[in-house]
Design a protein around this ligand. Structure first.
Ligand code: NDP
Ligand code: MG
Length: 391
């Protein structure tokens, strides 16, 4: 019997997740077809990818690059669009079976909403979408009968541990964290951290934003909130365990006390493939894990005093409403400022905390409320940074 190929819209194809997703497609040409590719600025790589994978449509969000991309692809019969609006529209194309959202930050929110409303299943790398508007997104998924397949390695692990456990309640989950490049350091040692130091992650090669988030532990904070929405959990059911080897990708403890974990080498191709191929496990020749390469697996408590972002994320999750959206927007601004040497490593949490205190609380936000909260928070965070003082 011939197996139907899945047509993929790959949003953010030029990024770290995007390029690895294309490696997964490469490994399974009989299973996956690329229908849409998108980039923000990187026209050279987008053109190169389009020539190789021959999608039906490409989108370059930066409109100044439209002519260059269109000139290069017009003769190949590939449709080229530009701008944010096109990114949102293109996911509705009837040929698409699954949308892989590998955009970074808040930019993933609106295209994901449009894709859900068009009934497309989502392979979700863009965790910020669930952090900003988890309530809205999960309700829309129920309304439109859409599934979210997690790509984030920890959430893919939990998702895999839950297969076949539909009738067995979760007691808690253990979200593992590498601890990043500054694990074990205290606040005094983090005062003079440079962006070059923060960009050196011990186990994973990723985009700039998530690499800084990993160094500051905000990534784990965002993942705690992501897990809450994906698996319908309360704060007390989510434990963070620092596990520097990044081999156990996360674990679920059931109500009988049994724990199931998922293991593998740190390689995002695996969770990407699982999300795209679900419910099947597709054979591949990716590198295998060996227990003897890792004679010691170790575990530590997370240091939430030094890495305050993690505590702030737990607090934001418990408060709910638009507060996780504030956390995300303030974080995007401070990460950008840190990467431009405008703010110190530890000040990032100070600015976020101030925004969390000052932005007006909305208990049951609409999409419009989220959009306003995001905009207001960005303005406020930038003011804190420009003024050079916090209070
Ligand atoms: P990258 O920065 O490497 O890539 C982001 C992609 O999105 C690029 O294609 C970029 O285009 C595009 N993009 C960025 N901003 C915009 C925008 N405003 N509008 C439209 N397109 C945009 O990020 P990563 O691949 O590292 O991460 C993607 C998402 O996956 C994030 O949410 C991250 O948290 C999550 N994730 C990533 C992991 C990883 O290993 N990298 C692991 C787990 C989760 P261009 O290249 O032109 O700038
Ligand atoms: Mg992760």
């Amino acid at each position: 019997m011939e197996i139907k190929k899945k047509n993929i819209a790959l949003l953010g194809s030029t990024g770290s997740i995007g390029t690895q997703a294309l490696e997964v497609v490469n490994a399974h040409p009989e299973r996956f077809v690329v229908e849409v590719l998108t980039a923000n600025n990187n026209s050279d790589l987008l053109i190169q990818q389009a020539k190789k994978y021959k999608p039906n449509v490409v989108v370059i969000t930066n409109e100044n690059k439209y002519k260059e991309v269109n000139d290069a692809l017009f003769n190949l019969g590939i449709k080229v669009y530009a701008g944010q609006q096109s990114l949102e529209e293109v996911v509705e194309n009837e040929n698409i079976d699954i949308v892989l959202t590998a955009l970074v930050g808040y930019s993933g929110l609106k295209p994901t909403i449009r894709a859900i409303k068009a009934g497309k299943n989502i392979a979700l790398a863009n965790k910020e979408t669930l952090v900003v508007a988890g309530d809205l997104i999960t309700k829309l998924c129920q309304q439109y009968g859409v599934s979210i397949y997690p790509v984030d390695s920890e959430h893919s692990a939990i998702f895999q541990c839950l297969v076949g456990e539909r009738f067995n309640p979760i007691e808690k989950i253990y979200l593992t964290a590498s601890g990043g490049p500054f694990r074990g350091k205290k606040r005094e040692e983090l005062l003079q951290i440079t962006k070059e130091q923060a960009l050196k992650h011990p186990n994973w090669e990723m985009g700039f934003k998530i690499t800084i988030d990993s160094a500051s532990m905000m990534n784990k904070g965002l993942e705690v909130i992501e897990a809450k929405w994906l698996f319908d959990l309360k704060a007390e059911q989510i434990d963070v365990v620092v596990h520097p080897q990044s081999v156990i990708h996360s674990a679920v403890q059931f109500t009988d006390g049994s724990i199931i974990a998922q293991l593998g080498i740190p390689d995002m191709k695996l969770p990407i493939q699982y999300a795209l191929g679900f419910p099947e496990r597709l054979e591949n020749n990716f590198k295998r894990f060996s227990f003897f390469d890792y004679p010691e697996l170790t575990f530590e408590k997370a240091d939430m005093k030094t890495f305050r972002n993690l505590q702030l994320a737990f607090n934001a999750m418990e408060k709910g409403g638009n507060i996780p959206c504030v956390l995300n927007a303030a974080n995007e601004i401070v990460v950008d400022a840190f990467l431009k040497d405008k703010i110190g490593f530890l000040s990032m949490s100070d600015v976020i905390e101030n925004c969390l205190e000052k932005i007006t609380f909305v208990q049951n936000p609409t999409l419009e409320d989220y959009v306003n909260t995001d905009r207001e928070t960005r303005i406020l965070a930038n003011k804190f940074i420009i003024n050079g003082h916090i209070n």
